[in-house]
Write a protein that binds this ligand. Structure first.
Ligand code: CP
Length: 314
């Protein structure tokens, strides 16, 4: 596959990418990481601008996109929605056409799935999903890079996802089976998994023979996992989203502790995309422990962003 084939593409869902395209992005991200270690930076996006639209707070995603654009010789315009006319009701299709005439690409973190699809429909420039309720594609590419780096392969591994059933749960459900990884999702009863995502995930699994397990039993899920992927447990902590009955979640039932880690394979890694709430979805000794790779995830998510930007805006 030619690297040029990703040029001009939107990345709205991780499922927009073929297996081959995913591996191409990971390969470029690895190259950028190696070059970064020796201080080599090619200004592949000189003079280009990326609009960064955020409906709510971000540490890693915003810093990652901004630093990646700067390293590639381009610029970012940070646009919290509350500072835009979109906050006063200007339709996304109009905002899309404004952006289209001025900047070279958009990365958007939005609370509504249909808003990012409207942006992409009306803007000819590439639109990247920087997290919506059902997808977080570029973060997911970074996670795949970390797993590949630590385990040397993706196919044939078992990953357990534990936490709220939001963006990363959905993205991992889509991508892991596509790449031949088994996935067990452990989630509290008060949450539900997006049916459309589940249908697509099952289709992906049929093609590779990967197994999908959905359970409310964390200990059952974690058994024999190569990767224990933990995420925020209390959905209302993110973006202030209201979730009915969230106060009924039994934290100890969904907390990754050292005892839970012992149920996974001996060489299993612990992952969390951040922000991690210690004492809720994870204990301090696990996230600070020898199996934790959480800071490598931050670095790799940055290089995944850099690769995506170079490939689609270059
Ligand atoms: N992982 C992630 O999306 O982090 P931020 O919310 O800090 O961007």
């Amino acid at each position: 596959m030619s690297r040029r084939s990703l040029r001009g593409r939107d990345i709205l869902s991780i499922n927009d990418l073929s297996r081959e395209e995913i591996y191409t992005i990971l390969e470029v991200a690895k190259e950028f990481k190696l070059e970064g270690k020796v201080g080599r930076r090619e200004r592949l996006l000189e003079g280009k601008n990326l609009a960064l639209i955020f409906a709510y707070e971000s540490t890693r995603t915003r810093i990652g996109f901004e630093a990646a654009m700067h390293q590639l010789g381009g610029d970012c315009i940070y646009l919290p929605i509350k500072t835009m006319m979109a906050a006063r009701g200007e339709p996304w299709k109009d905002t899309a056409r404004v952006l289209d005439r001025i900047v070279d690409g958009v990365a958007a973190r939005l609370l509504e799935e249909k808003a990012i699809y409207e942006l992409a429909e009306y803007a000819e420039i590439p639109v990247i999903n920087a997290s919506t309720p059902t997808d977080h594609p570029v973060q997911t590419l970074g996670e795949l890079l970390t797993i590949l780096e630590k385990k040397g392969r993706l196919e044939g591994l078992k990953i357990t996802y534990n936490g709220m059933t939001r963006a990363l749960c959905h993205s991992l459900l889509l991508v892991c089976p596509k790449l031949g990884m088994d996935i067990a999702v452990s989630y509290p009863e008060v949450y539900s998994i997006d049916e459309r995502v589940l249908e697509e995930a099952r289709r992906n699994a049929e093609e590779t023979g990967a197994e999908i397990i959905l359970t409310h039993d964390l200990k059952e899920a974690v058994k024999d996992s190569d990767v224990v992927y933990d995420c925020i447990l209390m959905r209302s902590y993110l973006a202030g989203e209201k979730v009915t009955d969230e106060d009924k979640i039994l934290i100890e039932k969904y907390q990754i502790t050292e005892d839970v880690m012992k149920l996974a394979k001996e060489d299993a890694i612990f992952m969390h995309p951040g922000p991690a709430f210690r004492g809720y979805e994870v204990t301090d000794d696990v996230i600070e422990g020898p199996q934790s790779v959480v800071w490598d995830e931050v670095e790799n998510a940055f290089y995944a962003k850099k690769a995506v930007l170079a490939l689609i805006l270059g």
